[in-house]
Design a protein around this ligand. Structure first.
Ligand code: BG6
Length: 482
């Protein structure tokens, strides 16, 4: 597939996402020789820039130790067109640039070609740009792919409107909705772990699993992003998309095949069985300044209204109402400005029945997605040596130790490679998105219409008071540490 001549247009090429994620990911693929042999990359944005200025921006987030000849080779592929997002003539110039590039590279127009339109753009211009692309750039003799980034709407209705607008311009088979959590190594590994190992799948159900906790913690606040964040809040920013996607991969039944539609069918089925979340099953928080006063509170940011009630922390309990999971609480938690950076999935097994050993701690399988890719099974062993006491130990697979020669790619690199290969498995289908909004929209509307106040928690703390009690109340178990 890497033989097909390809053009990637990055819209929003001067913005943060393009700088921090899209271009470094493209460069990573280039370094690994994974980009198509005949590729041209065109940045498009409103800012007027010389090619040199554009190149400088492109490399601003490359690793310092990148080899000069690789950087030069990559920049050689990158062009820039500046234009407005709603002016047809500007898009016609873009089309000319693409055609000129193809002509200069002697690309046969009657052969296969791929055009990728990557929208690293704010949602306010998604539809404008998609419309302009369709009317003035789109070439129906190519394979066309449109890559879009969240936020996909604000609630169920606005998301459906967006899907309809995009659907009127592009076929679903041309659309790639990025949820970058689906590109993370440990998330991609879940399907293999579950369906290639008999001893996981055999106990992956309500008979053996007591509860599952999916936790996202970040040690920094929303400084600099307050304007965006205040409109969305943590539920829309992280839970409705990233955490729910992870949940659906952990919870789904075995797909018929690894094909994209089979996998997405199974994920959608799980989402369909999740009941809308209740306010009583939710705990909301908003951070205030740190105990020592050195870190600002959420509302100290100038871009955040002083009376904001936007949650920066949320913890919810979900129930998947199907035979595999009925009765098992799924506790999802996400927070900014907490005590550490961590994203993990904790699967806690039930108590050992009829045990020879009273009061045993529970087994757990923990999949740590970041910062340190690893998985471990909390396992009870006899304390080594002459003792007959029990000890909690771990069967530990830490990727750095086990696979020290392997460089784990950034999620964006793997997802862009999937786009180039036309593989939709790790992208969100429109019906999945619809279900994800169905689960959260009543809660979001209630929080907003009733102005439900979040509980305060200090920057750098473990979250609002009651966070751990909330979990204990729902799983009826206190983790002892053993
Ligand atoms: C983004 C959110 O989608 O994901 C951010 O908008 C969040 O608020 C980020 O920080 C987390 O991604 P990662 O890959 O750093 O865990």
């Amino acid at each position: 597939k890497l033989d097909i001549p390809t053009t990637i247009v990055v819209f929003g090429a001067s913005g943060d996402l393009a700088k921090k994620k899209t271009f470094p990911a493209l460069f990573h693929l280039f370094e690994q020789n994974l980009l198509p042999k005949r590729i041209s990359i065109v940045g498009y944005a409103r800012t007027q820039m010389s090619p040199e200025e554009f190149h400088k921006r492109v490399i601003s987030h490359f690793k310092n130790d990148s080899k000069k000849e690789s950087v030069d080779g990559f920049l050689n592929l990158c062009r820039y067109v500046s234009g407005k997002y709603d002016v047809a003539d500007d898009f016609k110039r873009l089309r000319e640039e693409i055609e000129n590039q193809e002509a200069a590279a002697n690309i046969d127009k009657s052969g296969e070609r791929i055009h990728v339109y990557y929208m690293a753009l704010p949602p306010s211009v998604f539809v404008d740009v998609a419309t302009q692309v369709k009317n003035n750039v789109y070439d129906s003799s190519c394979i066309n792919r449109l890559v879009i980034e969240k936020p996909f709407g604000h609630d169920l209705e606005s998301s459906r409107n967006l899907s309809e607008d995009i659907g009127a311009l592009f076929n679903e088979s041309e659309v790639f909705r990025i949820d970058h959590y689906l590109g993370k190594e440990m998330v991609k590994n879940i399907i293999t772990l579950r369906f290639a190992n008999v001893f996981y799948e055999a106990v992956w159900n309500r008979h053996y699993i007591d509860n599952i906790q999916i936790t996202f913690k970040e040690p920094f606040g929303t400084e600099g992003r307050g304007g965006y964040f205040d409109e969305f809040g943590i539920i829309r920013d992280v839970m409705q998309n990233h955490l729910l996607q992870v949940l659906s991969v952990v919870a789904m039944n075995q797909p018929k095949s690894l094909g994209a539609e089979d996998v997405r069918d199974r994920k959608t089925e799980v989402l369909q069985r999740i009941l809308p979340i209740q306010l009583e099953d939710t705990l909301l928080g908003q951070y205030v300044k740190s105990v020592d006063g050195s870190k600002p509170g959420y509302k100290d940011d100038d871009t955040v209204p002083k009376d904001s009630i936007t949650p920066t922390f949320a913890q919810c309990v979900l129930h998947v109402d199907n035979d595999r999971w009925r009765g098992v609480p799924w506790i999802i938690k996400a927070g900014k400005a907490l005590d550490e950076a961590k994203m993990l999935i904790r699967i806690q097994y039930k108590d050992m029945p009829n045990s020879l050993f009273p009061n045993l701690a529970r087994n757990e399988l923990v999949i740590q997605v970041s910062p340190k890719e690893s998985m471990y099974i909390k396992t009870i062993v006899k304390e080594p040596g002459l003792s007959t006491n029990l000890a909690m130990s771990e069967l530990d697979l830490t990727y750095k130790t086990r696979y020290h020669d392997v460089k784990i790619p950034d999620a964006y690199a793997t997802l862009i490679l999937d786009v180039l290969n036309g593989d939709h498995s790790n992208f969100v289908r429109s019906d999945e998105l619809d279900e994800a909004w169905r689960i959260f929209t009543p809660l979001l509307h209630k929080i907003e219409s009733e102005r439900i106040k979040p509980l305060p928690y200090e920057y750098g703390s473990r979250g609002p008071e009651g966070t751990y009690q909330f979990v204990e109340d729902r799983v009826g178990y206190k983790r002892t540490g053993l």
